[in-house]
Design a protein around this ligand. Structure first.
Ligand SMILES: *Cc1c(COP(=O)(O)O)cnc(C)c1O
Ligand code: SF4
Length: 351
């Protein structure tokens, strides 16, 4: 028996250990997190796909991780389901290409203290946690040395000292990993400390957790965010309209009732969302859920993600077509992250 099968058996055995009874509607995000699917064999079987014929591979460094809720939005029997493609590791990832590196953004140049990225003058990005509720195969942070670069609670002090001493910074962006993997108590403590720095006006959180586990938008989080003096912005990460379900919209509504702005960024991914119809439907579905499209990012050339790459010519065409197909406020900005620039670069401005 090979190791994959054994691991799957262990996963299955865990699944039959009796769980405390819980009402479906009162499931907490931590409970959903503890029931994540991590075995490709299990995932494919849940989707009525044959693990013997659908190509997949076991990636120990960046293993499968996906919530049951996200899986329930995948189409059964479809090996090309756009949500499945985002999470299932396939052998194609192992084809190396020199143009696709482990630090494509050369971010290590802008890392003044552990966990802090200060690349653009007015804002800093703090890697608040090192884990995520989903492992996205195209993720540009998959090779990031989180273990050595995760500030943790102790590291907050040096990050906060740095932010305090740079009064050109107006906005602190929590990133990760997924910052909402932190518990509500940690988020509350961090906000309390950050509020003592007068030049910080805006708190932004980049997160995919409320997409993958909608229960994450709970009372404690809303209360911690809305009771701060900051203008608060949540930037969700949704790539395909099939990811949007009503419980996401319900969470957004509660956030908006507390004056919290919700935006979305997507990554342009070949085979997932690189068509006019898909991107148009995405913008409309986002808006219906109360979310405004913000960015469509060109894929960062990270090792293992080449098969998702959409070139700039096609990306530009898609943006142009979207402008004709949608109200202007529903056309996201198409941008590329380029090393050594003072902001993200709009595709229109790249010759
Ligand atoms: C994208 C990014 C930001 C935020 O940029 P906006 O254009 O304001 O969304 C900040 N810091 C880093 C390092 C980034 O990559
Ligand atoms: S949730 Fe975000 S940071 Fe985490 S793996 Fe996905 S894209 Fe990467």
């Amino acid at each position: 028996m090979d190791s994959v099968v054994i691991l799957c058996m262990i996963a299955k055995m865990k699944a039959i250990i009796p769980q405390p009874p819980l009402l479906q509607q009162s499931q907490t995000w931590q409970q959903a997190l503890s029931e994540m699917v991590t075995c490709p064999h299990t995932l494919l079987t849940m989707l009525d796909l044959d693990p013997m014929t659908v190509p997949w591979q076991w990636d120990q460094g960046f293993p499968l991780r996906v919530s049951k809720s996200f899986i329930s939005r995948m189409q059964k029997g479809n090996p090309f389901d756009p949500l499945l493609l985002q999470v299932l590791s396939t052998p194609i990832e192992s084809q190396l290409d020199k143009a696709f590196s482990c630090d494509p953004l050369e971010e290590s140049d802008y890392n003044p203290v552990p966990g802090l990225l200060h690349k653009y003058p007015s804002k800093v990005l703090l890697t608040f946690t090192s884990s995520c509720a989903i492992h996205c195969r195209y993720c540009f942070r998959r090779h990031f040395p989180y273990q050595s670069n995760n500030p943790g609670r102790k590291g907050w002090d040096s990050a906060l000292d740095y932010i305090r001493s740079h009064n050109e910074i107006v906005e602190v962006i929590l990133s990760g990993g997924d910052p909402l993997m932190a518990n509500d108590e940690s988020i509350k403590l961090f906000i309390q400390q950050l509020q003592n720095i007068p030049h910080i006006k805006i708190l932004r959180i980049h997160t995919r957790l409320p997409v993958v586990i909608p229960e994450r938008i709970n009372h404690a989080l809303i209360s911690n965010l809305s009771s701060s003096r900051f203008s608060v912005v949540l930037v969700y990460h949704i790539n395909h309209p099939n990811e949007i379900i009503s419980s996401i919209a319900q969470g957004v509504l509660r956030l908006k009732q507390h004056n919290i702005t919700v935006l979305n960024q997507s990554v342009l991914l070949k085979g997932v969302n690189d068509s006019l119809v898909c991107l148009k439907n995405l913008s409309i579905s986002l808006f219906e859920a109360g979310i405004l499209p913000y960015y469509v990012n060109l894929l960062d050339p990270v090792q293992g993600s080449k098969h998702f790459f959409v070139d700039i010519v096609k990306a530009r065409q898609l943006q142009q077509d979207l402008r004709a197909a949608l109200p202007g406020y529903l056309v996201p900005k198409f941008v590329q992250e380029m090393p050594h620039r003072l902001s993200k670069t709009a595709l229109d401005l790249i010759p």
